[in-house]
Ligand binder design. Structure first.
Ligand code: ZN
Length: 323
């Protein structure tokens, strides 16, 4: 009995030591945040949000310290009416040399629009892991979407902008289920040949779990060398924040989040919000990872956004007492 106890105690201490060593290596590493509320947060909202409110959301994000913001997407306005004001919004963006404005694009036409808008610093291209989702989402097979994404990075660079590639449905596809890790690693490897600013792994439908995130982020990082990894999670099944933690611990450099946890659509079952900016910042602050983002100001901004949307938002931290 005593022996068993001692053995457990020794194992416990060994585990504790290795955790502390891991934590020492990880702590104080800057984690970069991308605010995706203006695009991914709003794109499925049935009620059109006025352009002035979108602009205010962007001003809030700059105010709380985010320096990369996904402001809109340049897609068919008939398909995403919420973002039909892309050019108008971009024309009003605050002139800031220290802020990177990202525009999401799916093809050459979108890239041309984003570049012509004059104020988009970075083009975000999206490829998908399966043909069935690709055809429905963007009218491209998986391979076609990857080729288009690589072309978009080239167009961005030629226009003096940066370009990054997101692999959507990297953790699961609504039509084909679990996506084989080898498939995602292979796509990331090919995407890295375009020398994007970063490659993002996106859990578009929120089916990922931390063990899977650790494995995929680790394997993709191995495969793409010095190209940084960004992660994008939806909290559809409550695993969003745990997935962020798993990704950070595997060395992901950048995390997408949406103020208030906005995202998803009440008319599209299963489409839940992005991980909330305030929830991610609370976790990282309290864990010793600087982000440059001020939590009290995020919470203030979330209160403002709740008023704009006219309903409580999914985020937890902005509804809890200050701590
Ligand atoms: Zn998303």
């Amino acid at each position: 009995m005593v022996f068993v106890y001692l053995e457990c105690y020794v194992i416990f201490n060994l585990l504790n030591d290795s955790r502390q060593i891991g934590a020492k290596m990880l702590k104080n590493r800057m984690v970069e945040m991308v605010e995706v509320g203006p695009r991914d947060g709003l794109q499925n909202e049935a009620t059109i949000v006025p352009t002035a409110d979108k602009l205010q959301l962007i001003r809030h994000a700059i105010g709380y310290g985010v320096r990369r913001i996904e402001v809109t997407s340049f897609v068919n306005p008939a398909k995403v009416p919420q973002l039909a004001d892309a050019e108008d919004l971009v024309a009003m963006l605050p002139e800031r040399d220290d802020v990177t404005y990202i525009g999401l694009v799916l093809n050459r036409r979108g890239a041309d629009r984003a570049i012509a808008s004059g104020r988009i610093d970075e083009l975000g291209a999206v490829c998908v892991t399966s043909d069935s989702f690709g055809i429905r989402n963007q009218g491209q097979s998986s391979d076609e979407s990857l080729a288009a994404a690589m072309e978009i990075v080239g167009l961005a660079k030629a226009a003096g902008r940066s370009g990054q590639i997101t692999i959507a449905t990297a953790f699961g596809c609504p039509f084909e289920g679990r996506v084989p890790i080898d498939r995602v690693v292979e796509m990331a490897k090919r995407a890295a040949d375009a020398r994007p600013r970063e490659i993002a792994l996106a859990d578009t439908i929120g089916v990922g779990v931390p063990a899977q995130v650790s494995e995929l982020v680790g394997r993709v990082r191995e495969a793409i060398g010095d190209v940084p990894v960004r992660v994008h999670f939806h909290n559809t099944r409550g695993t969003g924040i745990a997935n962020v933690w798993a990704a950070i611990n595997e060395g992901a450099a950048t995390v997408d989040a949406s103020l208030g946890g906005l995202g998803g659509c009440p008319f599209a079952p299963g489409a839940a919000g992005n991980v909330a900016t305030e929830d991610v910042i609370y976790m990282l602050d309290q864990s010793g990872f600087p982000t440059g983002v001020a939590l009290p100001q995020v919470v203030d901004a979330a209160a403002w956004l709740t008023g704009v949307m006219g309903r409580p938002l999914p985020a937890m931290v902005s509804k809890a007492p200050a701590f």
